[in-house]
Design a protein around this ligand. Structure first.
Ligand SMILES: Cc1cc2nc3c(=O)[nH]c(=O)nc-3n(C[C@H](O)[C@H](O)[C@H](O)COP(=O)(O)OP(=O)(O)OC[C@H]3O[C@@H](n4cnc5c(N)ncnc54)[C@H](O)[C@@H]3O)c2cc1C
Length: 303
C-alpha cells in the first residue's frame, strides 16, 4: 500500500496497514512527518487520553513512538502523477507499482496573486491565539467571511487598535454565534461585497486598495497588516482525474474509496474544513486499511 503524505492520516494508515499484515510505504514531500500538527498552537484536548499543549507536543510523541519509528517513510519525495490503469505512481524520485494507493495529502491555503509579493500580508498559518500580541495597537484587515475569518477578527479585537473585515459575498458564511460576537466589538468594521485589489507599501504609508462589488467603487484603507482567511483546498493536483468537489477535496465512499477502485482518500483531503480533525483522520485511516485487508482476504479466498 503506497501512502501519500505523512500527516496524522498517513501515519495512522501505515500503522493500521502494518497491524493488518499489509506492506505500507509512505512518501512525504517535506523533510518531516506531522503535516498540519506543526501549525497547531492551541491546546489539543479532543484526541484522548492525552491533553497536548500544542501540535508540536503531539508531533514529538509521534516521532518518538517505537512503532512509528519503524515505518518506511521516504521524505522529500513528492507525488507527481498516477497511472490509473497500470497501478503506477510517479514521484520526484521513483515510480512505484502499488496494489493500493492512499491519498493523505491534506490541504493548502487558497491565495490571491496580490498577496504573493506583499510584505504586509501575514502568513495564512498566523495564529490569532498565540501570536496576536504582535498585532497589539495595530490596524489590521482580515480577508474572508467564514468561521476562521470571524474567529480571527474576534480574537484580534482584544489586541488590535482597529480591525476591518472584508468579505466578498453579500452574507457572512460563518456561524451566527461568531457574527453576533464580532458585531458588538467597538473596534471592528465589516465591509460586505468587498474584495482586495492591491496593497500599497511605501515609506509614507501602507494599506489596502479595496473594491466594493455593488457600487464598483474602490478605496484606500490604511492598515499595518492584512490577514488572509480565505479558506483551504485539497492537495490533489496529481489526482484530479478522481471525483472531487471542485476545490480539490476528493470524494470518497463509506470505506474511503475514491472513484478509482484501488485509490483511497483519507484525512483533510476528503473531509473539507468543516470536519477537519485529528480523530476523524485517524478513524478514516483505520477504515481504509481494514477495507483493503478484507478485500485482499476475500480475493485470496476465491483464488
Ligand atoms: C491551527 C490549527 C488548529 C487545529 N486544531 C485542531 C484541534 O485542536 N483538534 C483537532 O482534532 N484538529 C485540529 N486541527 C485540524 C488537524 O490538524 C487536521 O485535521 C489534521 O492534522 C489533518 O491531517 P492530515 O494527515 O489529513 O493532513 P495534513 O496534516 O495536512 O498532512 C498532509 C501531509 O501530506 C504531505 N503532502 C502534501 N502533498 C504531497 C505530495 N504531493 N506528495 C507527498 N506528500 C504530500 C504534506 O506535506 C503533509 O505532511 C487544527 C488545524 C489547524 C491548522
Amino acid at each position: 500500500v503506497l501512502i501519500i503524505g505523512a500527516g496524522i492520516a498517513g501515519i495512522s494508515a501505515a500503522l493500521w496497514c502494518k497491524r493488518l499484515g499489509l506492506h505500507p510505504v509512505i512518501i512525504e514531500c517535506t523533510n518531516q512527518m506531522g503535516g498540519q500538527l506543526h501549525q497547531i498552537k492551541n491546546k489539543i484536548w479532543d484526541f484522548p487520553p492525552h491533553v497536548y499543549r500544542n501540535g508540536q507536543e503531539l508531533y514529538h510523541g509521534l516521532r518518538e513512538n517505537i512503532e512509528v519509528k519503524q515505518l518506511d517513510i521516504r521524505f522529500e519525495e513528492s507525488l507527481l502523477s498516477i497511472d490509473i490503469d497500470k497501478h503506477l505512481a510517479k514521484t520526484t524520485k521513483s515510480v512505484y507499482a502499488a496494489d493500493y494507493l492512499m491519498m493523505a495529502t491534506g490541504v493548502r491555503h487558497n491565495s490571491l496573486s496580490v498577496m504573493d509579493t506583499s510584505t504586509i500580508v501575514l502568513d495564512p498559518w498566523f495564529s490569532t491565539t498565540s501570536e496576536a500580541e504582535i498585532l497589539k495597537d495595530k490596524q489590521v484587515l482580515v480577508i474572508g467571511g467564514g468561521d476562521r475569518a470571524l474567529e480571527s477578527v474576534f480574537n484580534l479585537s482584544a489586541y488590535a487598535k482597529h480591525i476591518w473585515l472584508a468579505a466578498r459575498s453579500k452574507r457572512l458564511r460563518g456561524r451566527s454565534e461568531w457574527v453576533e460576537r464580532i458585531k458588538h466589538r467597538p473596534n471592528v468594521t465589516i465591509f460586505m461585497e468587498t474584495v482586495l485589489l492591491n496593497t500599497v507599501e511605501t515609506a509614507e504609508q501602507t494599506g489596502a486598495v479595496l473594491c466594493n462589488h455593488a457600487s464598483k467603487e474602490s478605496f484606500f484603507l490604511p492598515v499595518d497588516w492584512i490577514l488572509p482567511r480565505i479558506g483551504v483546498r485539497g492537495n490533489s493536483d496529481a489526482a484530479l482525474f478522481l471525483s472531487h468537489d471542485g476545490e480539490g477535496f476528493l470524494i470518497a465512499d463509506e470505506y474511503q474509496r475514491t472513484s478509482a477502485d484501488w485509490i483511497y482518500a483519507i484525512g483533510d483531503l476528503t473531509n473539507g474544513s468543516a470536519y477537519a480533525s485529528i480523530a476523524l483522520a485517524a478513524g478514516q485511516a483505520m477504515k481504509a486499511a481494514k477495507h483493503i485487508s478484507l478485500r485482499i482476504k476475500e480475493r485470496n479466498t476465491y483464488v
